[in-house]
Design a binder for this molecule. Structure first.
Ligand code: UDP
Ligand code: MG
Length: 322
């Protein structure tokens, strides 16, 4: 079937009231310049501010704008997933709502796409207006991820990227619950390339990624792409058993030939605390994986939609259009 929409721009939105109109303006400016048909697909991830109302107004004023409203907050990665599920374009661009990713870069991405690349991700060379802690933790995270996984996940890239229709369709077949989209896109393969940019400050509002959410994303990334943490138990177990066997030999030797024993219960308490700590840590890691198995075994949908705006009926998945 002939598809008139060339580009879909997916924008996850969570309490972005102060920036939304500006985001719309900048995106529209860039997308109009392409001279081809496009859609701006906003996914409202259960915002509690006026974001929903603003999106309603934007939809009413511009047929290129579409909005999906989740029934509650499902998280950034799920919002992107819903956007990909509903996108119609031959190329799909994912961009944050807060203008930290400059919309103007989309033109460069489209250029690469037209050269024949299927995935064009944006690589940050600089991060402005982010705390030293965020930059440091992001750096550490990407390096750990690369060390622990076999999938080649490019460092310093976010979810700002362009994917071809066939990559988008492939993404739709992955229904994992705890998703780390940049990892999944790398896992898919296809012809990938990058464009570089310097990450701006948030245009307004504050980050929707507090430490807790960041840790959750990191745990998802590590546990969904690597089993190595589970092997940690084996390594530590070997090391500790070897060490204690040595200690045993030394103790026996001292007792028999030197007629002395090592005194002190303090050292025993310390060792016991250490070993118990290690055991709990490893149980925690195992629990993390079991939790994920549990999540995957529940056959719940990834997200629930409360309302849609701007979609033609024939565009909806068959079951929902009825
Ligand atoms: N976001 C979302 N759901 C959430 C948290 C964030 O849809 O639960 C959106 C948010 O509106 C923004 C993007 O995800 O468009 C990235 O969030 P943010 O800019 O706060 O993250 P940061 O850039 O600080 O890592
Ligand atoms: Mg941001």
């Amino acid at each position: 079937m002939w598809n008139p929409i060339q580009y879909s721009v997916v924008v996850p939105v969570y309490n972005e009231e102060p920036v939304l109109r500006e985001t719309y303006r900048r995106l529209t400016e860039v997308m109009r310049r392409t001279g081809e048909r496009y859609e701006l697909l906003f996914v409202n991830d259960g915002s509690r501010d006026r974001s929903a109302a603003i999106l309603g107004e934007l939809c009413a004023g511009d047929p290129a704008v579409k909005a999906i409203h989740f029934s509650r907050n499902f998280g950034h990665q799920i919002a992107i997933t819903a956007g990909m599920d509903h996108a119609a374009g031959h190329a799909v661009v994912v961009i944050d709502a807060d203008l930290q990713d400059p919309p103007e870069l989309i033109e460069a991405m489209i250029g690469k796409w037209k050269e024949g690349y299927d995935v064009v991700y944006a690589k940050r060379t600089e991060r402005k207006g982010e705390t030293r802690f965020k930059r440091w933790s992001a750096h550490l995270f990407y390096r750990t991820l690369r060390a622990l996984t076999d999938v080649d996940i490019p460092a310093d890239t976010g979810d700002f990227r362009l994917i071809d229709r066939k990559v988008c369709d492939a993404m739709k077949t992955i229904r994992e619950k705890n998703r780390f989209i940049r990892g999944l896109v790398s896992w898919l393969g296809f012809k990938q390339t990058s464009v570089e940019y310097s990450r701006d400050e948030r245009w307004a509002g504050e980050t929707k990624y507090p430490l807790g959410k960041m840790l959750k994303l990191s745990a998802d990334a590590l546990t969904s792409f690597s089993h190595k943490p589970l092997k940690l138990a084996t390594y530590i177990g070997f090391a500790l058993s070897g060490g204690s066997f040595l200690a045993l030999l030394i103790t026996v030797y001292l007792k028999l030939f030197m007629a002395s024993t090592i005194a002190g219960w303090a050292s025993i308490i310390c060792l016991s605390l250490l070993f118990n700590g290690v055991i709990l840590l490893i149980l925690g890691i195992i629990g993390e994986y079991i939790g994920r198995i549990y999540d995957e075994s529940k056959d719940r949908p990834l997200y629930l939609i409360g309302a849609r705006e701007g979609f033609a009926k024939e565009r909806l998945p068959v079951r929902e259009a009825m």
